[in-house]
Design a protein. Structure first.
Lengths: 213, 294
């Protein structure tokens, strides 16, 4: 699989730019545990005045980071520049446009179908705090996402019980409400309490309280 | 053109890409290449047949041209200009041939210049009239009016010379034609142990002075052109009618127009007037000599 990531950056200059006589692009992009990181090095020469006989030099380093969703395997991916062009804005800004191409990305198969998550209600508070900090990260892993939902609900629920166990059911082909209810031995009301079941699709996740009592 | 496309066509591992004007410089780490979009111009083949090989090798030639990269040796611009003019005169000398004169073409040039002189004289007359009615002039207006006598002198000179030139050309049967680079510029000349002219896209065949004229418009203000002209004529002396036409073209004053920005006007006017001073200085030795020995 191939992905093209556009990158646009405005570089304000201290002086006027009349003309860019030359501009070059180098990069130090590399892979680092599921993310592509590095720098673009933009350098070249420009003319401040229309007719000036001398050129002035410029050089800038622009950091570039992208996180890829964890179900993409980029260990064999090839990172390269797809395209590079520039323009001058208002005579004092250089706008560089770079397209990065990440080739040979492999999509991992999702193996997780049914998970049992047990949460200690005492830990929930600290957990949620952690999540809040993490929520700034651009791509949050799938499982954590669910946990967050779980913890929010658990918070409401834990008024009368300290330990709550949940099942997560991923809707598969052939599933009906009835088969799910039967499988987990719960009632339709309980299911509705925790989930919105009006528009279920394959791959949707259902939160099912463990019926241990 | 897309970088990825270039890479696919030429199959090069890229470390660095540089854009310079319309060409791309590809750096593979140990070698550098220039890539340009192909423009059909048969002149390069013609140059080869005339034994002029001072241009970079073309390695691959299809939709895009892959050209060898010339590593340049740093030289001062004054020296570079002289080296370039040596090469240009060689180009003109090697590709020079005589062609039956096309009377219509020269009549057209003559009429163009005469009309231009007439138009510019009227234009500046009107402009001066308007400026003189003002109690307070803007700096750009003042700059123009202070130097307006140069414009009139130059116009009078051109008027006189163009008549002389036309009389001269009428008596000729053949004119010289050469391959013009047509885009001379210090950035288009590279020098190491060899000299190279690059960017031949605009080249064509015509009378030799057009290259000089364009170069003068670009570099005349910043460099001493009398030396350049001497160096050029050492290899390729201009004929009387050619030199006359060249002098007329460079002496013809530009049409200066006022815009909204007085500052920009001042900068531009100053530049043009400076070039006119330089032109007057460049031409004067040729004419003082003539009057001493008529």
């Amino acid at each position: 699989m191939k992905k093209i990531v556009p990158f646009k950056h405005e570089i304000p200059f201290k002086t006027k730019i009349s003309e860019i006589t030359s501009i070059s692009l180098e990069h130090t992009l590399h892979k680092e545990e599921g993310l592509v990181t590095g720098e673009f090095i933009i350098s070249g020469e420009y003319k401040i005045e229309d007719n000036s006989p001398t050129n002035d030099k410029f050089s800038y380093e622009l950091p570039f980071n992208i996180d890829l969703d964890s179900h993409y395997d980029i260990s064999n991916a090839i990172i390269d520049i797809n395209d590079f062009y520039y323009e001058i804005l208002n005579e004092d800004k250089l706008v560089v446009n770079i397209e990065v191409v990440i080739d040979k990305i492999v999509e991992k198969l999702i193996e997780v179908e049914k998970q049992v998550i047990t949460i200690d209600a005492n830990d929930i508070e600290s957990e949620t705090n952690n999540k809040m900090e993490d929520s700034n990260a651009p791509i949050v892993e799938e499982n954590r996402n669910i946990q967050e939902v779980v913890s929010n609900i658990v918070e409401i629920e834990n008024k009368d019980s300290l330990y709550v166990t949940y099942h997560i059911h991923i809707v598969r082909e052939g599933d009906t409400i009835n088969t799910i209810l039967e499988k987990y031995h719960i009632t339709n009301e309980t299911l509705c309490l925790y989930n919105d079941i009006t528009d279920l699709k394959i791959g949707d996740k259902l939160l099912i309280p463990a019926n241990e009592n | 053109m897309k970088i990825n496309k270039i890479k696919e066509i030429f199959d090069l591992p890229l470390k660095k890409v540089e854009i310079r004007g319309k060409s791309y410089i590809l750096d593979t780490g140990d070698k550098r290449f220039v890539v340009k979009k192909q423009i059909n111009n048969p002149i390069i083949d013609y140059l080869n047949s005339r034994g002029f090989k001072y241009y970079p090798n073309i390695i691959e030639d299809n939709e895009y041209k892959l050209i060898e990269y010339i590593e340049e040796v740093e030289t001062p611009n004054e020296q570079k200009l002289l080296d370039m003019i040596d090469l240009v005169s060689l180009l003109h000398a090697k590709t020079s041939f005589f062609k039956e004169i096309d009377n219509d073409k020269y009549k057209e040039i003559y009429e163009d210049i005469v009309n231009n002189i007439y138009y510019l004289t009227n234009y500046y007359d009107e402009l001066i009239k308007v400026i003189e009615t003002k109690i307070y002039m803007s700096p750009s207006e003042y700059l123009l009016i202070r130097n307006i006598s140069f414009f009139y002198e130059a116009l009078a000179f051109c008027k006189e010379q163009v008549e002389e030139w036309y009389e001269l050309i009428k008596t000729k049967e053949k004119v010289r034609q050469v391959v013009l680079h047509n885009n001379l510029n210090l950035d288009h000349f590279l020098k190491n142990t060899n000299s190279y002219l690059i960017s031949w896209d605009k080249s064509k065949i015509d009378i030799p002075i057009f290259d000089l004229y364009k170069l003068y418009r670009r570099c005349g203000r910043n460099y001493d052109f009398s030396e350049v002209l001497k160096r050029y004529e050492k290899n390729y002396p201009l004929l009387m009618e050619e030199r006359k036409l060249f002098f007329i073209l460079i002496a013809l004053p530009p049409k200066l127009e006022f815009t909204k920005s007085v500052y920009n006007d001042c900068v531009l006017f100053n530049r043009e007037i400076e070039l006119m001073f330089k032109t007057a200085k460049l031409l004067s030795p040729y004419y003082t000599k003539n009057t001493k020995t008529p």
